[in-house]
Write a protein that binds this ligand. Structure first.
Ligand code: AHR
Length: 507
């Protein structure tokens, strides 16, 4: 609402409150203008031996929710409802000191060890077999980073043999002895974690890492040529190493299938619009990385594609190790996640994998309090994207008012992505209205095909930007409603501080 002073015949008569003017926007979509196929691996997750993610999160034999294997049924169910396509494990920083052999065989015989990444004790009760069987029950592809910090080349190749080879050799036979005859066929592996970071056990400079990762990659692919490998790219906290990505890709050449980027963001200056404006950064990083990929492929005549895997991303700025990274999310964080997912969709031609960090309790979309599972605000946009955004990414034309912040200028209030799935004739338009107080009345035009009248809108919103959920209340969640689209054009009003997903059908 705005206050207007009313002047009549030169004198102030009264002041009245009028509704704020509705802002206008335009979105044009043409389903023939596709820009890249969306890989379902964009809807991945991550479980690290850190805080209450594994122990007290996915695995808790003492819980009333534990299944016969000691894993929580409610977490598994909520992960399935997120359509989790790929699950990264065991770290993160943890993996750079992890000996996978500690986590196999009879649980009672496994060593308790000092864990240096997070300064704790690792009991090794969850190891390779427990994790891989869990991923199977979830219906997710497992994704394993090997230890290139303190680990050896033998550790890396033997782990691939343990997981993927037919019986008849030492490590495959060991797997059979531990109760699993058929190989797990783990397709996705990565060559260490954040090896550019001083905080990493066994951190390396770009040349040292590139050479070591190449040797590990060769041996791993020689054990199983069908695996896909991710090489460590720059992580969020890295500084002063702009050539890292170019150098490591040049060493790995054809052995890299993906380069990993890690991205953590947040309201670091307690300024909502600055926070929303900072969400333009990931798109810049994608473009820069894509340029380097193209340069290296051209220079070294690499025919096969190399893609980007955001194998860690999330809002993370409030908590540290003392708080066990148990970040509590609010509405503005849900909008940031929706914007990040829009970015992935817009760049679906090059970003082919993403893993939100992490699944439960630790910087996570779901939490456990007093043995009860509840969903954080960020769960809902994730779930909507993973439920509906498949097929092709569609180019969109977007017009809306813009805002300026101290650091950025001309940021549109509307952030949009669009997908089209031919088989279902389903057109999905994802819209974040970042305006903190005003709705945006938007004309949506379909430039190809006619829209069916019956359509569905899913909205994630709350009464104010800092609204949070808790074990007792889900204040920020998805609200579903039907609306009439129809024809070539319709108008939809996006409420302030909202994420809306419009699911339409094209005739
Ligand atoms: O996800 C938490 C930590 O963040 C991971 O262990 C590490 O890879 C990153 O720095």
């Amino acid at each position: 609402m705005k206050k207007y002073i009313v002047f009549i015949a030169g004198s102030i008569l009264c002041s009245v409150v009028l509704p704020a003017q509705t802002l206008k926007g335009r979105i044009k979509v043409d389903i023939e203008r596709t820009t890249g196929t969306i890989d379902s691996l964009l809807y991945g997750n991550f479980t690290e031996h850190l805080g209450r993610c594994i122990y007290g999160g996915i695995y808790d034999p003492a819980s009333s929710q534990a299944d016969q294997y000691g894993f929580r049924k409610d977490v598994l169910q909520a992960s399935k409802e997120l359509n989790t396509s790929i699950l990264r494990w065991p770290g993160g920083n943890f993996v750079s000191g992890y000996n996978w052999m500690d986590g196999i065989g009879p649980a009672a015989n496994r060593p308790r060890k000092k864990e240096l990444a997070w300064n704790t004790i690792e009991t090794n009760q969850v190891g390779t077999d427990e994790f891989l069987r869990y991923a199977e029950r979830m219906g997710a592809q497992p994704y394993i980073p090997v230890n290139l910090g303190t680990g050896t080349l033998d550790d890396a190749r033997n782990w691939v043999e343990y997981c993927n080879s037919d019986t008849g050799t030492y490590y495959a036979n060991l797997r059979a002895k531990n109760g699993r005859i058929a190989p797990y066929k783990v397709k996705y592996w990565s060559l260490g974690n954040e090896m550019d970071g001083w905080w990493q056990m066994g951190a390396k400079n770009a040349d040292d890492y590139g050479k070591y990762a190449l040797e590990a990659a060769k041996l791993m692919k020689w054990v199983d040529p069908s695996i896909k490998l991710t090489v460590c790219g720059l992580s969020t906290w890295s500084s002063g190493t702009p050539d890292w990505n170019r150098t490591v890709l040049s060493h790995l050449k054809g052995y890299a299938d993906y380069i990993a980027l890690h991205y953590y963001f947040g309201d670091r200056t307690n300024n909502y619009l600055e926070y929303m404006a900072s969400m333009q950064e990931p798109e810049k990083e994608i473009k820069q990385t894509e340029a380097i990929i193209n340069e290296v492929r051209f220079k070294h005549r690499i025919d096969k594609p190399i893609y980007i895997a955001f194998d860690e991303y999330n809002v993370w700025y409030r908590t540290g190790v003392e708080e066990k990274l148990e970040e509590k999310y609010n509405l503005q964080d849900a909008l940031a996640i929706a914007t990040f997912l829009n970015t992935l969709i817009r760049n679906a031609h090059i970003v082919k994998m993403a893993n939100i960090a992490q699944l439960v309790n630790v910087i996570a979309p779901m939490m456990i309090t007093d043995d009860k599972l509840w969903k954080q605000t960020i769960y809902y946009p994730l779930q909507l994207f993973a439920s509906h955004c498949y097929g092709e990414s569609v180019n969109t034309f977007v017009q809306s008012d813009t805002f300026n912040t101290q650091r950025s200028k001309g940021i549109p209030y509307l952030d949009v992505s669009c997908t089209y799935q031919q088989e279902k004739q389903a057109l999905v338009i994802n819209v974040v209205n970042r305006h903190p107080s005003q709705a945006i009345e938007t004309t949506i035009e379909s430039q190809f095909g006619t829209l069916a009248k019956k359509a569905t809108a899913y909205e994630v919103n709350g009464s104010h930007l800092k609204e949070e959920n808790s074990v007792t209340q889900q204040k920020v969640k998805t609200v579903e409603r039907s609306f009439d689209a129809g024809g070539k054009q319709f108008t939809y009003t996006f409420p302030p501080h909202s994420f809306t997903q419009l699911v339409l059908s094209v005739k």
